[in-house]
Design a protein around this ligand. Structure first.
Ligand SMILES: Cc1cc2nc3c(=O)[nH]c(=O)nc-3n(C[C@H](O)[C@H](O)[C@H](O)COP(=O)(O)OP(=O)(O)OC[C@H]3O[C@@H](n4cnc5c(N)ncnc54)[C@H](O)[C@@H]3O)c2cc1C
Length: 452
């Protein structure tokens, strides 16, 4: 961790682009750099920028995990960006996510790891049971690798901490991207917001989540529904929660539940069920609570009912799960010219291996480092930097997306034989600590290069 911080510190001093000279960088760069390999989807229209369009150097679309992490990382390189967020404020509603070692490495790289870490418990291990209460397996996450780290983090704390590291005017709320076009001479991207505001951007970093309008514009197909729905919440125990810091997982047929202490007073829980369709969007907390309780009613997991009962309304969520497989040769690249996709906007994945946000954070670090390097270099264009990002990150995120989907299929199976093999052979005999933690062993390419 210290190594990554020091690399980024070095990179920061090497790049040293002040906010004021970023604009002049782009003016210079556009004149100097041949626009190599700019691919545009067939349907993309081009328009002329208008004189009164607001000009921005770097626009980040979406103030979620990827958008804010990218903005903070650029800020640390001395590079100004503007973050457009469709909501009126940070979207802090909702529950929590687990962050593994790779997520923490990324947060350390942008200087917020310890501040967030200090508010959440380190989870020591996992106990897996079947729905009749029988223990199938149990182990510690550090049993085979002491460097592993897992904590449940409240989404609210993660977003607020990242936002607090940005200048006060860095995030523009109530700014929903409605239309995106390339300017006629191909040098800029034109963004039109829902309220009619028009921006002309040199670089667009699209972190606009699973339903990304930017990804659609770039020719990506819609994410695919995986057949499962997740109910989640955060149980609140003002007098202190009673559980040990471990993951408590229960596997049933077509249904699984789990709970994990997040802090001294909060416990994260989830229930995942099968459903042939995503169904209507439900946000009414009383309905969500009722549906979650109904799902676990017959199970020998008394704790789940307690947890669901003591959950604050604003942390109750219901999410149908989606992903998009980035098939080689079929899926478009994540960048067109100087517009690039990051996080769920590019590779939505199901949460079955807890890697969506961790990978979004990794993306942000890799991308912003390459962008900063390109802005400093006379030899690398931003377009080339984005292509290098796409190549490096595709190798990482495509296999994880597929793996997460397949793990979900096994855990949500309703087939009696498959459930029996899972509960009697796979989980007790084959599941080892490294099976669960190996995907968290990610090293940033930059770190690898610096080691050699
Ligand atoms: C049930 C569930 C459990 C999960 N558990 C985990 C876990 O344990 N560990 C883990 O690592 N990951 C987990 N994930 C995945 C994780 O939540 C996502 O991968 C992560 O939030 C992606 O971050 P992002 O910034 O790419 O997208 P988001 O967090 O979705 O942010 C996108 C942002 O863009 C904004 N936006 C969208 N459209 C526009 C527009 N047109 N104009 C302006 N702004 C726009 C949105 O309002 C939002 O703020 C889970 C996901 C689900 C559904």
């Amino acid at each position: 961790m210290a190594l990554i911080s020091s690399i980024l510190q070095n990179a920061k001093s090497r790049v040293s682009l002040s906010s004021s000279n970023v604009s002049s960088y782009f003016q210079r760069k556009i004149c100097q750099t041949p626009r190599v390999g700019v691919i545009r989807p067939m349907s993309v229209s081009t328009v002329n920028a208008k004189a009164n369009d607001r000009k921005e150097d770097i626009v980040i679309v979406g103030a979620g995990i990827a958008g804010l992490a990218s903005a903070v990382s650029l800020h640390r390189f001395g590079i100004r960006s503007v973050v457009l967020e469709q909501a009126e404020s940070l979207r802090t509603e909702g529950s929590s996510i687990t962050l593994s070692k790779n997520g923490w490495k990324a947060l350390d790289a942008i200087g917020v790891g310890d501040e967030i870490r200090s508010q959440f418990l380190e989870i020591q291990g996992i106990v897996i049971k079947s729905d009749d209460g029988k223990e199938l397996n149990a182990f510690g996450f550090k049993d085979e690798d002491k460097s592993q780290e897992l904590r449940v983090v409240e989404r609210r704390v993660l977003l607020e901490t990242l936002a607090s590291k940005l200048p006060p005017d860095a995030i523009s709320f109530s700014s929903k991207l409605a239309k995106i076009e390339t300017s006629e001479n191909g040098s800029n991207t034109l963004l039109q917001l829902e309220d009619g505001t028009r921006l002309s951007a040199e670089v667009v970093i699209a972190c606009d989540g699973v339903w990304s309008p930017t990804a659609r514009w770039m020719g990506f197909r819609e994410p695919k529904y995986a057949g499962h729905i997740a109910f989640r919440g955060l149980g609140h125990f003002p007098e202190g929660q009673p559980y040990e810091p471990r993951v408590n997982y229960t596997y049933g047929r077509g249904l699984r539940t789990g709970y994990v202490p997040a802090s001294k007073t909060k416990v994260y829980w989830f229930v995942i069920c099968n459903s042939s369709s995503p169904g209507p969007r439900i946000t009414d907390p009383s309905i969500l609570r009722q549906q979650a309780k109904e799902l676990v009613r017959d199970w020998q997991v008394a704790d789940m009912l307690t947890l669901i009962n003591c959950t604050a309304d604003d942390t109750l969520t219901r999410n149908p799960l989606y992903d998009r497989w980035l098939w080689p040769l079929i899926s478009p690249p994540p960048s067109i010219g100087r517009t690039v996709l990051v996080g769920d906007a590019w590779h939505p994945m199901t949460p079955n291996i807890g890697q969506g946000a961790c990978c979004a954070l990794e993306d942000s670090i890799v991308l912003t480092e390459k962008l900063a390097e390109a802005m400093k270099s006379k030899h690398i264009s931003v377009e080339e930097a984005f292509k290098a990002y796409g190549n490096e990150r595709w190798r990482r995120v495509f296999p994880l997306t597929v793996m997460a989907n397949r793990v979900g299929a096994l855990l949500q199976s309703e087939n009696k034989l498959i459930c029996s093999v899972r509960n009697n052979i796979i989980v007790p005999k084959l599941l080892k600590p490294r099976t669960l933690t190996r995907h968290a062993n990610y090293e940033f390419e930059q770190t690898k290069r610096n080691k050699h």
